[in-house]
Write a protein that binds this ligand. Structure first.
Ligand SMILES: Nc1ncnc2c1ncn2[C@@H]1O[C@H](COP(=O)(O)OP(=O)(O)O)[C@@H](O)[C@H]1O
Ligand SMILES: [Mg+2]
Length: 370
């Protein structure tokens, strides 16, 4: 009993993708080998309260909405293993490793990863930098460009500029990109706040919508594309799965096509010429390394139906992880089962923590390295 690894699985979170996270976490906890692991479920309500005792999954599924008390909205002194505000009475359970299964802001963006770094707890997936870059579509594209990786023509926009001079913002988009184009908030996921715009009349509502979710926004040329996805696994020497294809049942792969209308198709593996498969895999690994990712990522591509050009759309550091999600399905098609994948991700978390622990954290000039 005592030698089981204690794995904290964190789910829920303050994000529009809260519900998706619950489904992913249930899949993961169900598939984890109970002989090897003791599972410590940790739920975060939509208001940011951490639930560590009782049955956090049931509480969140029942819509646990208790908000944080005013006294908890600040920094609380905690012991090294007692991580989190709001858990003082019960104490934060001791864990050997954490599997954050949080999608979107306040979870996939480096915030929870930063907390785990400070607590010196190994965790699955990308670190602070990789998570933040993976969440921010503007910064991610800038890094990809600096590594010579192909991305679609786009413009970075500020909410402040749009609100101050809407005409100038719209003219800039028309001049640089034209129609159709996509307007997106820089930091989000699950297609929340994203619109496809076909003519001038659609531009202001699209910018208005994106501006509700972020201070920074993005306009992108719309590609007439096949949507190809590839799973990556590893730390410094990652491997890529066979690619898959998404065929959205709507105009584009919006929130409804992702989660509500079940007619979108996931084709595993994608029917692609071998050289395109190879290129997708190479670019996936290059994208993973470019943002200093770790553990896992799903890299999404747009394959232009008209020109055959391949663009990296985005990289997701905590991809959907239900048993029918693309990330684990692609590994299954590539020879790694769902439960093996979880084992491997936990090993990678421990390896990365051990590797990081080798770095010195103090310096004295007398013992310097000459
Ligand atoms: N430049 C583009 N050209 C064509 N389709 C796009 C483009 N950008 C986004 N899309 C469509 O919108 C969906 C969501 O966009 P994406 O950038 O992946 O945001 P999210 O992080 O919310 O998934 C994509 O899966 C695709 O269907
Ligand atoms: Mg996407």
């Amino acid at each position: 009993m005592a030698d089981k690894l204690r794995v904290g699985v964190i789910f829920g979170g303050q994000s529009g993708e809260h519900e998706v996270s619950l489904v992913s976490a249930q899949g993961i906890m169900k598939a984890m080998d109970k002989e090897k692991y003791e599972i410590i479920p940790i739920g975060i309500t939509k208001e940011g309260r951490w639930l560590t005792s009782g049955e956090p999954m049931k509480l969140l599924q029942a819509g646990e909405q208790r908000s944080r008390g005013a006294e908890e909205q600040g920094l609380v002194p905690v012991d090294r293993r007692e991580l989190v505000p709001g858990t003082r009475e019960t104490g934060f359970p001791k864990v050997d490793v954490v599997f954050p299964v949080l999608h979107g802001p306040y979870g996939e963006d480096g915030t929870v990863q930063g907390l785990l770094e400070l607590a010196d707890i190994p965790y699955v997936g990308a670190g602070v930098l990789g998570s933040a870059l993976g969440m921010d579509k503007i910064a991610m594209k800038a890094i990809f460009i600096s590594h010579g990786l192909p991305v679609v023509e786009h413009l970075a926009l500020k909410r402040r500029d749009w609100e101050r001079d809407p005409e100038a913002t719209m003219e800039l988009i028309e001049k640089e990109l034209g129609y159709p184009c996509f307007i997106k908030p820089a930091n989000l996921g699950s297609s929340v706040g994203i619109s496809k715009v076909r003519q001038r009349g659609g531009l202001a509502p699209a910018l208005h919508l994106a501006a509700r979710y972020d201070r920074r926004m993005l306009a992108e040329r719309a590609v007439n594309a096949r949507e190809i996805e590839c799973s990556v696994l590893g730390n410094d020497e990652p491997i890529a799965s066979l690619p898959g294809e998404i065929v959205p049942c709507r105009e584009f792969y919006d929130y409804i096509a992702k989660y509500i209308d079940d007619r979108s198709e996931l084709i595993v593996p994608a029917a692609l010429p071998p050289e395109v498969t190879r290129r997708v895999q190479e670019l996936s690994i290059a994208a993973f390394l470019a943002v200093d990712c770790a553990g896992m990522a799903r890299v999404d591509f747009l394959l232009d139906k008209d020109t055959g050009e391949l663009y990296i759309g985005e990289l997701n550091t905590i991809p959907g992880f239900t048993p029918i999600s693309m990330y684990p399905k692609l590994w299954e098609a590539s020879g790694i089962s769902y439960s093996e994948l979880i084992d491997r991700l936990i090993e990678l978390a421990l390896e990365r923590h051990a590797d990081k622990s080798r770095s010195e954290t103090s310096y004295s000039p007398e013992q310097s390295d000459q």
